[in-house]
Design a protein around this ligand. Structure first.
Ligand SMILES: [Zn+2]
Length: 126
């Protein structure tokens, strides 16, 4: 173990005060859920199932893990674009940073569109 490893082992974890989206948007999600109740949210499964909890969106542990992996993968792609967008959002003087911010915003829009289209394709292919 190096000194660098020791320093990173004690580094503070990400700490964001903002509640998760499903908490913030609970009233809206109740009116327009991301997944139909009783239909597995994994687009490669999409089978009907009897939910045991109101918030259950996956039919089984395997689909839940697949869903988490998919969300994690999208998060990894979105995170740098979110940083770029936000860091340059109010920049007035640094044109390169403003341009990076616009690239981040465009990327997020494209990522969202491609992800939704990909989920629809996978859902239709089963
Ligand atoms: Zn499933």
């Amino acid at each position: 173990m190096t000194a660098q490893d020791n320093r990173l082992a004690n580094a503070p974890a990400v700490h964001i005060e903002l509640e998760p989206f499903h908490v913030i948007a609970a009233p809206q999600l109740a009116e327009s859920p991301l997944a139909e109740s009783g239909i597995c949210m994994n687009p490669c499964c999409s089978r009907p199932f009897p939910p045991t909890r109101p918030w259950q969106v996956y039919c089984c542990e395997g689909c839940r893990r697949a869903g988490e992996a998919e969300f994690r993968a999208i998060g990894h792609r979105a995170a740098p674009a979110l940083l770029a967008w936000r860091l340059g959002k109010y920049e007035r003087a640094d044109e390169a940073l403003r341009d990076l911010s616009r690239a981040g915003r465009r990327y997020l829009g494209t990522l969202a569109s491609e992800w939704v289209a990909d989920r629809a394709r996978r859902s239709e292919s089963i």
